[in-house]
Design a protein around this ligand. Structure first.
Ligand code: NDP
Length: 398
């Protein structure tokens, strides 16, 4: 018998709720709680399972979270609200003896800054409490780390170069929209780029480095070097890595809109005074952009996310390796009513929760996904809608 609380009823929360409901032998009771309860109710109704109950919580408040956890007594909380709530939810977990899983690292609201230090500072507290916290269990971060751990376990004696490549070749028919929370997405993309090389971090201008990369079943797409949070934990957990980078595709139309948004000050995250009211331009912009949850219906095409790795195989010979998943927006929508970006995040979050609840990923402390055994997770990816493929000794292009 395992009870989970899902916090957050956005695109990702919708997929997590669907997938937990599809696995009743693991998730016997599901509570879906968010700031706006009506959204939770609509999701529960669409799923139609009598094992889902809903509740409301402001996850910025530890007090409210503690009250929620005491009322429901879950074994695990799946945090798919926003990165701003990670620490309050972790605090409440410690207070109530609840295990924790999320898909994005903590960010302070007033500074777009991605690093694990805030959450890694909870390691000892979770360990002492005998509780497990699983960090970054979406697709990237998430499956990208599990793919890397799988490559290290089964194919490489030494991984030297890691490139995580993320392509969304879908078309939602809108002039401009983001695929997940616009505020979080725009904060991420407008930052300086950063990659790891020979023990140091190298900073680039935002989207300064780019090249076409070829994605399976899609073809060549211009791919831009970004900083992405899993690079930080992967180079720590796999110290043979000399260079680690992250690439994401963007269309010209998207980049033009983004440039205008920045140039006119709408990407600002500081408060401005508007007619005597304090507003944050980026939060205001979110209110007028298309809701990522509503993109699914007309979304065509697919995503392709994977890891390209170069190093030496188990016999010491040179090896290049590519492991990836392609996910169709249409198929994801048919199954959950959400597009593939929410789907590829929500499915791994459910699998991570399943790994914990079935005892396979139960390790008190605060851990990134690559610290666990990748095999049972990889097996579930195939079963739960995200099949993966491997290619050996090919031109990695990176
Ligand atoms: P959405 O904006 O669609 O949904 C966020 C949800 O969280 C909303 O239901 C919102 O409630 C709720 N929420 C926000 N603040 C609070 C609060 N204080 N208390 C309670 N609930 C709150 O985001 P997504 O579903 O697109 O993304 C969810 C998470 O997944 C994000 O952290 C994102 O960074 C992460 N992500 C990770 C990826 C990965 O591969 N690892 C990829 C994509 C996303 P309300 O509706 O009332 O605003």
């Amino acid at each position: 018998m395992a009870k989970v609380i899902i916090i957050g009823a956005g695109g990702v929360g919708t997929v997590v709720a669907h997938k937990c409901a599809q696995n009743p032998e693991v998730f016997t009771e599901i509570v879906l709680a968010s700031r706006t309860k009506s959204k939770c109710d609509a999701i529960a109704k669409a799923i139609g399972s009598d094992r889902i109950t809903t509740d409301s919580v402001d996850a910025d408040s530890v007090e409210q979270l503690v009250e929620l956890f005491r009322r429901h007594k879950p074994e695990l909380v799946i945090n798919v609200a926003l990165p701003y709530q990670d620490l309050t939810i972790m605090d409440a977990c410690l207070e109530c003896g609840v295990n924790y899983l999320d898909t994005a690292n903590y960010e302070p609201k007033d500074e777009a800054h991605f690093e694990y230090s805030w959450q890694w500072a909870y390691r000892e507290k979770f360990e002492k409490a005998g509780l497990t916290a699983i960090l970054g269990c979406g697709f990237d971060p998430g499956v990208s780390g599990v793919f890397t751990a799988y490559a290290a376990k089964h194919h490489f004696s030494e991984m030297k170069y890691l490139d995580i490549v993320d392509c969304n070749a879908g078309d939602h028919g809108k002039a401009f929209a983001t695929n997940f929370n616009p505020e979080i997405n725009i904060r991420e993309i407008t930052q300086n780029g950063r990659y790891y090389q020979d023990g140091k971090w190298v900073t680039t201008g935002p989207l300064e480095i780019h090249k076409p990369l070829t994605y399976p079943n899609i073809g060549a797409r211009e791919s831009y070097l970004l900083y992405h949070e899993e690079l930080e934990s992967l180079v720590e957990n796999f110290p043979t890595i000399k260079r680690a980078r992250f690439w994401m595709t963007f269309g010209q139309e998207y980049l033009t809109h983004l440039r205008v948004i920045q140039n006119i000050g709408m990407a600002r995250i500081d408060e401005v005074d508007y007619n005597g009211v304090k507003i944050v331009p980026l939060q205001f912009l979110k209110a007028v952009l298309p809701n990522p949850q509503d993109l699914g219906e007309n979304y065509k095409g697919e995503t392709s996310i994977g890891c390209r790795i170069e190093g030496r195989d188990k016999e010491g010979k040179h090896l290049t390796y590519y492991i990836y998943n392609n996910c169709s927006h249409e198929e994801a929508y048919k199954e959950t009513g959400m597009q593939a970006v929410s789907y590829t995040t929500g499915v791994p979050a459910m699998i991570g929760a399943m790994m914990f609840l079935t005892g396979k990923w139960n390790m008190p402390g605060v851990h990134n996904v690559e610290e666990f055994d990748p095999d049972p997770f990889m097996a579930q990816l195939k079963v739960q809608g995200l099949p993966w493929h491997e290619q050996f000794n090919l031109d990695l292009e990176v």
